[in-house]
Design a protein around this ligand. Structure first.
Ligand code: PMP
Length: 451
């Protein structure tokens, strides 16, 4: 063990000298993860943690999957890389397999990350209107609190000031509408007596900006990173109708909600809508390899299909759809199918939703929202005022969970002060017993928070 301690100290020193971490570059005390198996990850000291966050990381099939490692190795030995200007079996087979996850027929453009997939969607949406001979439709509408990625366009679509303030101007032409946030309705309404003002706001914006200038609307089925915001009944269906009325494409970002997380193959399938474009990323490989896809309805592809070079979609992407990532994705999808993990996520999600109700005994719990095997527990200083729980208290709470061997998350950070949604999204293979263990730790943690 003294050898392990030495190695750990050395790693920590080099980490502090050479690594620039995501989110906090000054992470003085990172966990040094070493291995993972199933729902658990282990650090260099041998401490085990229940991975209650893999849902946002999207390690949906769990850690340590041998057959995924084998698929990657076999493909690397056979053919490690060629670009997709020509073709190869893993990409073709993957595109066909992905089509079965969707309701209508789609065509797939591969890239590397969720941000990439959304950039591709925005460029396609703009070009699509031009291909049809309609010029000037370029604006992309999204919601405040949404996260759609970190590159300039995807950051433009992101509706969280804290992620943009230091980096603007982002891509041009991105506009935001208020989110469908029933707990703090931006229109002062109550969920059961409202008229979906949150959906009408999108139509108003299209009209006020001028329909002739709007290319697309992008939404997640539920806003995940921005606070697990679940829309009221009928919202997404209404949005579909609004887009149809104004010749605006509906892009659905399934980077987190896709591949079974919602209890359905894709999140939007809970609402019976057919998106024009679906973007997907980490869940495609359960995050074992970088890969993303932009799925486009065949009829949209058709308008790009003329022979003139001007109709070509210009977006070369070196690693997009590389054979190794595609082979990993194929094995990941095979596991989900063989082990019936979408059904499993649905069952475990229902169990989780039931069990979560015990948390209402804690006065800091303001709202509990679930979507499939994913939950957001909005914490407040007091239920009347709904003042978000102080960030320091959130941090203490997460540190406590970590001490007790549970990796949970917090999100909601659109404006300073709003990091008050405790998030939980375990792998699909989590057991009821493990869910109970996580909730037992949450209970202890919540009991320790004094509002
Ligand atoms: N869209 C959503 C909904 C996301 O949650 C994320 C990242 N978590 C992205 C896009 C961006 O994905 P990436 O980090 O792979 O660029």
């Amino acid at each position: 063990t003294s050898h392990v301690q030495e190695e750990k100290q050395e790693l920590l020193e080099k980490d502090r000298q050479y690594l620039w971490h995501h989110i906090s570059p000054h992470n003085e005390n990172p966990i040094i993860f070493e291995k993972g198996q199933g729902s658990r990850v282990t650090d260099i000291d041998g401490n085990e943690y229940l991975d209650a966050m893999s849902g946002l990381w999207c390690v949906n099939v769990g850690h340590g999957r041998e057959t995924i490692a084998e698929a990657a190795m076999m493909q690397m030995k056979k053919l490690g890389y060629v670009p997709l200007s020509n073709s190869h079996a893993p990409a073709v087979n993957l595109a066909e397999a992905l089509n079965d996850w969707l309701v209508e027929d789609y065509r797939f453009f591969f890239s590397n990350s969720g941000s990439d997939a959304n950039e591709v969607a925005f460029k396609m949406a703009r070009q699509y209107h031009q291909q049809k001979g309609t010029y000037g439709k370029y604006k992309i509408l999204s919601r405040y609190r949404a996260y759609h990625g970190n590159s300039m366009g995807a950051m433009g679509a992101t509706g969280q000031a804290s992620r943009k303030l230091k980096y603007e101007p982002a891509g041009e032409g991105f506009k935001h509408v208020p989110p469908p946030y029933c707990y703090r309705c931006p229109f002062g309404k109550e969920p059961n007596s409202c008229s979906l003002e949150c959906a009408s706001a999108i139509e108003n914006m299209i009209e006020w900006e001028g329909e002739a200038s709007v290319a697309a609307v992008i939404v997640e089925p539920v806003i995940t990173g921005g606070g697990m915001i679940v829309p009221p009944d009928g919202y997404l269906q209404e949005l579909r109708a609004i887009c149809d009325r104004h010749d605006v494409l509906l892009i659905v970002d399934e980077v987190i909600c896709g591949f079974g997380r919602s209890g359905e193959p894709f999140g939007h399938r809970n609402f019976d809508v057919i998106p024009d474009i679906v973007t997907m990323a980490k869940g495609i490989t359960s995050a074992y390899a970088p890969l993303s896809a932009t799925a486009v309805r065949q009829e949209i592809y058709e308008v790009f299909k003329q022979k003139e070079a001007t109709s070509h979609f210009r977006h070369v992407n070196t690693f997009g759809g590389n054979p190794v990532s595609c082979a990993v994705a194929l094995e990941n999808l095979a596991i989900i199918e063989e082990e019936k993990l979408v059904e499993e996520a649905s069952d475990m999600g229902a169990f989780l939703a039931e069990e979560l109700s015990v948390l209402w005994e804690f006065p800091v719990v303001g709202d509990i929202r679930t979507f499939g095997l994913m939950a957001g527990i909005e914490l407040v200083e007091d239920r009347e005022s709904k003042t978000p729980l102080a960030v320091e208290k959130m941090n203490q709470l997460l540190a406590f969970c970590r001490e007790k061997g549970v990796i949970a998350g917090k999100n909601g950070d659109t404006v300073p002060g709003f990091q008050n949604v405790l998030t939980l999204a375990p792998p699909f293979i989590i057991t009821k017993d493990e869910i109970r263990q996580i909730l037992a730790v949450f209970k202890e943690a919540l009991a320790g928070v004094t509002a």
